[in-house]
Design a protein around this ligand. Structure first.
Ligand code: BGC
Length: 397
């Protein structure tokens, strides 16, 4: 843990930003908006951060919710349990803001076995076959928590950890504000070697972008694959399925998987198949043709096409024709997992959200890379930090 007292730092940052950390807007009551147009720079204003208590863990640890808000009507709420993004309010083409991510209204939902709503997944997002991998001649055995495989970091993922948190230093131009979260994963956690210190910074800009910067360092050679597990519904969380959302992926190839969703090793072109999103296509158009591990739907890692400038060339673009909301994703990662909420049941542990009512676009390295030397490496060497930057940009049409 950081040893940083969030409220003290927040008060300092808030004073510098000219806001009162005690009196907060909640995600349900976004601050006054000047304009919802993401492309109207003339209307740019300051981005603010506030905080409020978000309940206690079962062990009595108080959890804080940080709320970032800009003058364009966008609000992002983040808690320091699991580094979860609990809500993102974004304006539609009529400038009406709605929450576009799945989550729970209170901490309790996140403390149970939830579907990884909005969290940071680690140490290894996605699957490792049979929970085994070899590193420098030694075989490591990880927790098995998904059929025969290891998934999303194991029984206690980064999503189940209390992170230390503090607002980032205020931006000089006031055009962004952020929260920095830190988690120290002990040597041997869930079977992984090395003590890993992970820092995640969420930044909201006045251009309606949510930027996520990751950094991780280890004291021993280990493996790492971090991702944000936000479930999106651009029409609004809880409205209906995402079949009409139009998706474009900057990916000519994907990784076919076996029945337990482990890549077979083949890298297959998408052209002419239900996997093809190289030109805009409705998510629901061919979803029933796709096997997502015994259930219909997408649950596959796409191999992103090489991008000379990942900050400018989108990896993914999603448009909801009804609300007009558009989400573009830019990332430094080599892959993106498209998951269409195939396993959502509508039960309380899934927040009441039904199958196909959201999609995830998880920027990450390929699943099972530690057992696939031909895939980009996920080895983390001491003194050679892991970094990732992923940007979610919103606009309307
Ligand atoms: C996986 C799915 C899984 C979901 C929730 C996704 O990242 O690819 O198979 O059901 O996370 O755990």
């Amino acid at each position: 843990m950081h040893g940083v007292r969030p409220f003290v730092l927040l008060s300092v940052a808030a004073a510098l930003l000219g806001c009162d950390p005690g009196s907060v807007a909640t995600s349900k009551s976004p601050p006054a908006k000047k304009s919802a147009a993401a492309d109207d720079n003339a209307d740019a204003g300051s981005v603010r951060i506030q905080s409020e208590p978000f309940g206690d863990t079962k062990e009595g640890v108080p959890i804080t919710r940080y709320i970032l808000a800009n003058d364009r009507g966008m609000t992002v709420s983040i808690i320091n349990y699991g580094a979860v993004v609990t809500s993102i309010e974004v304006p539609d083409r009529e400038k009406k803001a709605s929450n576009v991510v799945l989550g729970f209204p209170t901490l309790e939902g996140y403390l149970g076995k939830d579907p990884y709503f909005g969290c940071i997944v680690g140490r290894y997002a996605n699957r490792i076959a049979k929970g085994k991998f070899k590193l420098n001649g030694k075989t490591y055995t990880l927790a098995i928590n998904d059929g025969p495989n290891h998934m999303h970091g194991g029984l206690k993922s980064f999503s189940d950890a209390v992170w230390s948190a503090r607002p980032t230093a205020p931006a000089a131009d006031g055009k962004s504000a952020g929260v920095e979260l830190m988690y120290e994963s002990p040597d041997g956690e869930e079977g992984y070697p090395g003590m890993v210190k992970t820092t995640v910074i969420y930044t909201l800009t006045d251009a309606n972008e949510l930027r996520i910067d990751y950094r991780a360092v280890s004291d021993k050679p280990t493996i790492i694959n971090l991702t944000s597990h936000i479930y999106w519904n651009l029409r609004g969380a809880g409205t209906r399925d995402v079949f009409d959302h139009v998706l474009t992926l900057n990916a000519d190839k994907f990784l076919p998987v076996d029945a337990t969703l482990i890549p077979t090793g083949e890298i297959r072109p998408v052209k002419g198949t239900a996997m093809d999103f190289t030109s805009p296509a409705r998510i629901g158009a061919r979803l029933s043709e796709v096997d997502g591990g015994g259930v219909k739907g997408y649950d596959h890692c796409y191999v992103l096409n090489p991008r000379t400038d990942p900050a400018k060339q989108a990896a993914a673009r999603v448009e909801d024709p009804e609300s007009g909301r558009i989400l573009e994703i830019f990332t430094t990662e080599p892959g993106i997992q498209l998951y269409t909420g195939n396993q959502l049941t509508g039960k309380p542990e899934d927040g009441g959200f039904k199958q196909y009512t959201a999609f995830c676009l998880e920027c990450q390295h390929f699943p099972d890379s530690p057992n696939r030397p031909e895939f980009p490496s996920t080895v983390l060497e001491p003194n050679k930090p892991y970094t990732q930057t992923t940007i979610h940009r919103f606009s309307v049409k």
